[in-house]
Design a protein around this ligand. Sequence first.
Ligand code: DX5
Ligand code: ZN
Length: 219
Amino acid sequence: MKPLISPSILSANFANLEDDILMINQSEADMFHVDVMDGVFVPNISFGFPIIAAVKNFAKKPLDVHLMITQPERFLKEFKDVGANSITVHYEACPHLHRTIQQIKELGCKASVAVNPHTPVFLLKDILQDLDMVLIMSVNPGFGGQKFIEHTYTKIRELKKMADEINPSLWIEVDGGVSTHNSLALLKAGANVLVAGNAIFSSSDPKHTIAELKNISPD
Ligand code: DX5
Ligand code: ZN
């Protein structure tokens, strides 16, 4: 099975977002990865509702919204209303994660949980059956263009083993430092959704890089 590719628009050209959105529309990408940062949960601020609504206006593929914000439950409906198709909240930001996940599902969005590099995946055991996707952070969240953390492979393998027992249809997404150099190893470890920002947007031919990521097969 080919992986799903989710280009991160954090690395796009914000002065001409329409061009990059159209490029993703025409590419083999499966969705748009939309990184929301609040300057509290992570040491950076990205963008909010007006930008997401503008992206939605042109995007012909689902929006994969990654919330790097504290208390995300305050804004779930607003993110749905501006066009989110899936919503990822962080394990570390949600004391009542089960409730938050149910709220995301009630809105009709796919529900996903992200774990930071220091958070072990076994902590997801009791929520795994309720999830559509788990996002494994392979860098510390906050910035594009960081170096991939090698321990991620072990975490993906552990999560894949748990998912095979508890929720075999779970999507496993990897986010941070993903490129054509490590994508095959990530897929072999058990990932099936690849987020890439810098690797796509800093390449000389972003559409071609998306095609390369899409067509690297573990089989
Ligand atoms: C990091 C974000 C990522 C980021 C990935 O906090 O969650 O989605 O945009 O960017 P690259 O692929 O450049 O590491
Ligand atoms: Zn992200």
